[in-house]
Design a protein around this ligand. Structure first.
Ligand code: SDX
Length: 431
């Protein structure tokens, strides 16, 4: 690391601290405040961690101003065009693109972990039929640690790897089972003759009554969407997985915490919220009214699928997804999909409005994805589940990176205390 430093001076006392400055492969320099409290007796304060780096990571790089996204150095545009989800999963887990034999071995391992313990199926019966699938996902994934005692010694690298493979392999099975529970249809077992995304669609839409072959356009669309959602640096749910993992909790509990965090409409829940918003707007004639609501600081309405903590330029994923939208709607759904037309017009109006331009609010990954899922007959309640399936490899890759870090320690932020000063207890009859 560089020897560059920054000097912090307390003008009141003249006390100073020389803070090391580090520089990564790309991105802004960082000021290392590890010794700040020891040298200066102060904390830093950064609600929402707008300018705070939590770790070193070599998995994903984002340049929010330039609209860049790299997985292990490869630009997302190239990966979306040329790769597939399991190859990306290998890349994120192991750091390099696999050679043919490595990829075949990895695909075979994942394929043979896709079934879930048969007794786990009765767990779903504990949920009411109309339970939100994300509620089922949080519960079922969290319960996996009760089924895999044989491989959750988190200090054993081989156990960590097996858990990572199990998570990646079983998420589509659990997700599809959540959907089947919702619609009252029998669970469909994984098929080893199908690839990862085709297998997921089969478990979602096949029935025991007739043969089912997934539409290749749908398989390609799901594959692309999973690639685009696979990882995204230290987003809220990944940071949640890292914080949970820092206490040395088991990997299944950590991934369940990531699913819970992703569910929020400010994060992965936004894709479901976008469709609700488009339904609420209803028609292009209402767009101006809702743009005014989104701009009104006293109105809680926000343009869901717009804005991003990091991207202050186009989210490169949204640009790619909008293109997939055109292809899916032309080939699968009715071309004049009113939701898509409404979304396109809404984006156009917003990007011409000073409020959004000034705040650099662009469509994010969640703005168009729901329109594609809807065209694939995936219900809105499953949109964030789709996000969770794809993001599982990012969560486990970050968890493994953190567990491999010799400097790993429990995450424990501090605070500014704004409560009552010290005071003495007052007996009940004197209050
Ligand atoms: C994801 O972090 C990641 O990488 C996440 C993600 C990933 O792959 O993991 O990319 C996935 O979560 C994408 C984001 C999905 N969420 C939404 O689409 C929900 C709508 N967006 C907003 O809630 C918001 O933009 C956030 C949560 C995404 C970002 O919030 P920030 O960075 O804390 O920004 P902010 O709320 O402080 O907004 C800055 C200004 C504010 O106005 P002022 O107070 O300056 O006047 O922009 C306004 C906000 O009111 N604003 C919006 C808006 N988003 C921000 N106004 C209207 N509509 C919006 N969508």
């Amino acid at each position: 690391m560089s020897k560059k430093t920054m000097t912090l001076t307390d003008n009141a006392t003249g006390r100073t601290a020389e803070l090391p400055v580090h520089k990564g492969t790309a991105g802004p320099e960082v000021v290392d405040i590890t010794r700040l409290y020891r040298d200066m007796g102060v904390f830093t304060f950064d609600p929402g961690f707008v300018a705070t780096g939590s770790c070193r990571s070599s998995i994903t790089y984002i340049d929010g101003d330039a609209g860049k996204l790299w997985y292990r150095g490869y630009p997302i545009e190239q990966l979306a065009e040329k790769s597939n989800y399991l190859e990306i999963a290998y890349l994120l887990l192991y750091g390099d693109l696999p050679v043919r034999q490595e990829l075949e071995n990895f695909e075979n391992i994942i394929r043979h972990h896709t079934m879930i313990n048969e007794t786990l199926k009765s767990f779903f019966d504990g949920f009411h039929y109309n339970a939100h699938p994300m509620a089922i996902m949080v519960g079922v994934v969290g319960s996996l640690s009760a089924f895999y005692h044989d491989s959750i010694d988190i200090h054993n690298p081989r156990h960590r790897e097996i858990s990572a493979h199990r998570m990646i392999a079983k998420m589509p099975t659990i997700a599809a089972a959540s959907y089947k529970h919702n619609i009252g249809e029998p669970f469909i077992y994984p098929r080893n003759d199908l690839d990862y995304c085709a297998n997921f669609l089969s478990m979602m839409f096949a029935t025991p009554c007739e043969p089912y072959e997934p539409d290749p356009i749908a398989v390609k669309a799901v594959n692309l969407l999973f690639i685009l959602h696979a990882d995204h640096e230290q987003n809220a749910s990944t940071s949640t997985v890292r914080l949970a993992g820092s206490s040395q909790a088991n990997p299944f509990a950590c991934i369940a915490s990531g699913i819970a965090s992703l569910w929020g409409p400010a994060h992965g829940g936004a894709n479901e919220a976008v469709l609700d918003m488009l339904r609420q707007i209803g028609d292009v004639s209402n767009i101006d009214k809702y743009i005014l609501k989104a701009k009104d600081p006293d109105d809680p309405f926000r343009l869901m699928g717009f804005g991003h903590r990091v991207y202050k330029n186009h989210d490169p994923r949204a640009t790619i997804i909008r293109q997939i939208c055109h292809e899916v709607l032309e080939n699968i759904a009715d071309t004049d999909n009113p939701m898509f037309e409404l979304a396109l017009r809404l984006e156009q109006v917003a990007l011409e409005d000073e409020y959004f331009v000034e705040r650099k609010l662009y469509p994010n990954v969640d703005f168009y994805s729901g329109i594609i899922y809807q065209a694939l007959n995936i219900p809105a309640t499953m949109f964030t589940v789709m996000f969770a399936i794809a993001r599982t490899v990012g969560w486990v890759a970050h968890w493994m990176e953190m567990m491999d870090d010799p400097d790993q320690r429990i995450g424990r932020p501090r605070q500014i205390y704004t409560g009552a000063p010290q005071r003495d207890y007052v007996p009940l009859d004197k209050r």
